[in-house]
Design a binder for this molecule. Structure first.
Ligand code: SAM
Length: 233
């Protein structure tokens, strides 16, 4: 397991990276890639959307082009503080400080669940994927962007030491184990020199039984730390 597949290490890492994240992020993950990923989603009318590991709000910004009811969750208050500067704390987006592997939302609460560039830090990615499925409505969609496993053996060793990188076979295994039956993977890349991303779009099983239950206001859910919680690290 890589050094950043540890929640407190990842929090510490983002305490510092948050200062420059928006300036360096586009080498790996840019607006064109985000727009392409968004084009694979069906938002329908008045969708309720969750961004898990929202960070400084790069994915959130794209989701706001398709939905008015947008919720963002991250474990790093330092990252979310950058998002607050863009969207306000309680205005266009509802923010929560929390853990992807233990989402503070009730079952079937969202039409679309998005997570870009976060799964690689989760110590139990299958548990996180299960949580994304749990909070998404049956028949809804879950989209996850993660780092594709490098082909070069030297880079593989470096990658393995840092965090989770995975190929399509491993993505198949993780999504199947997390209870998804229908999913497809896309490889995305900002420039030919950039690392590749693997983006999975999954359908939440049970669409035939889908009902229109929206759930309670997510911010009242058990286990949510309010976004304004003081950072302890
Ligand atoms: C590379 S940034 C991605 C930010 C944003 N989604 C984007 O598209 O630019 C990864 C984010 O995942 C968050 N993260 C890592 N582990 C997490 C966890 N277990 N629960 C919630 N957020 C987590 C980090 O704090 C960080 O903000």
């Amino acid at each position: 397991m890589g050094i950043l597949e540890d929640k407190s290490n990842a929090r510490l890492f983002y305490k510092y990276l948050s200062k420059v994240y928006d300036r360096i992020n586009s080498f790996n993950w840019n607006e064109e890639m985000r727009a392409e990923a968004l084009s694979w989603l069906e938002f329908g009318d008045d969708p309720r959307v969750l961004d898990v590991g929202c960070g400084t709000g790069f994915g959130t910004e794209g989701l706001l082009e398709h939905a008015d009811d947008v919720h963002g969750l991250d474990q790093s208050i330092h990252q979310m503080e950058k998002a607050f500067e863009k969207f306000g704390r309680h205005d266009r987006v509802n923010f929560y400080r929390g853990d992807a592997e233990r989402l503070p939302f009730r079952d079937d609460a969202f039409d679309v669940v998005w997570s870009s560039g976060s799964i690689e830090y989760w110590p139990n990615p299958v548990e996180g994927l299960r949580e994304l499925r749990r909070v998404a409505k049956p028949g809804g969609q879950v989209l996850v962007v993660g780092p594709d496993y490098p082909h070069n053996p030297v880079l593989q060793r470096v990658a393995d030491a840092i965090m989770l990188f995975y190929d399509a076979d491993e993505a198949d295994r993780m999504f199947a184990e997390a209870g998804y039956e229908e999913f497809e993977h896309h490889i995305q890349q900002a420039t030919p020199q950039s690392p590749r991303a693997i983006t999975t779009v999954a359908r939440v099983p049970g669409g035939d039984e889908a009902d229109d239950a929206d759930g309670d206001e997510a911010s009242d859910a058990d286990g949510a730390d309010a976004a304004e919680t003081t950072a302890d690290d």
